[in-house]
Design a protein around this ligand. Sequence first.
Ligand code: SAM
Length: 188
Amino acid sequence: MLSDRKLREETFIAELEKLRGSVLEVGFGKGKTLGDYAMADEVVAVERDAGRVEYGNRLVQAQEISGVKCMQAEGEALPFQDDRFDAVCCSLLICSVWNQEKAVSEFFRVLKPGGLLIAYENTLSDRPLLRTTQQILSPLLRPLSKNCRMNNQPLKLIESAGFEVQETKTFRFWLEPRMLIKAVRPDI
Ligand SMILES: C[S@@+](CC[C@H](N)C(=O)[O-])C[C@H]1O[C@@H](n2cnc3c(N)ncnc32)[C@H](O)[C@@H]1O
């Protein structure tokens, strides 16, 4: 099994490096990805945690990362106009927001028609024993893991919000398989 770092590099980060235009990252955490947007013109990275926003902006300055701005915002109420971004991305975020449907519908709203969503999330396994274990442990561990749901179902949420799923890849990772999802806001 690959390490968390290696798995991220080969999946999520590899996708970030290709993104162009205006990009929004939601829930950037400790800012591990802020320097990974090699091709983007502009990156807006949001976090609900004010301390992380401050840390992210210091990191951007210290590492001289150009075109990246960190700001405080909730994924469920993004302070941006409709159709603002060419791409929206997040990792291990959908599992921990309070209102998952609202957050994913916000991603849809701020994306331009034809814009791309890249999500790297933990997911409910399709293996029956692991799936049952996740279902049992999820409510018990959620209060101890900053609201993260072990029985997260990001693909279902993304499809229900109206996205057209282009590609998914699932990887074994201890008790929580990881899923990379590439989806577009249909251009209709
Ligand atoms: C599990 S961490 C993942 C951080 C980073 N994306 C990573 O993969 O290492 C989840 C992050 O999302 C942020 N977060 C949780 N709910 C949020 C919300 N509703 N809006 C914005 N950020 C949120 C948390 O503050 C935390 O930094």
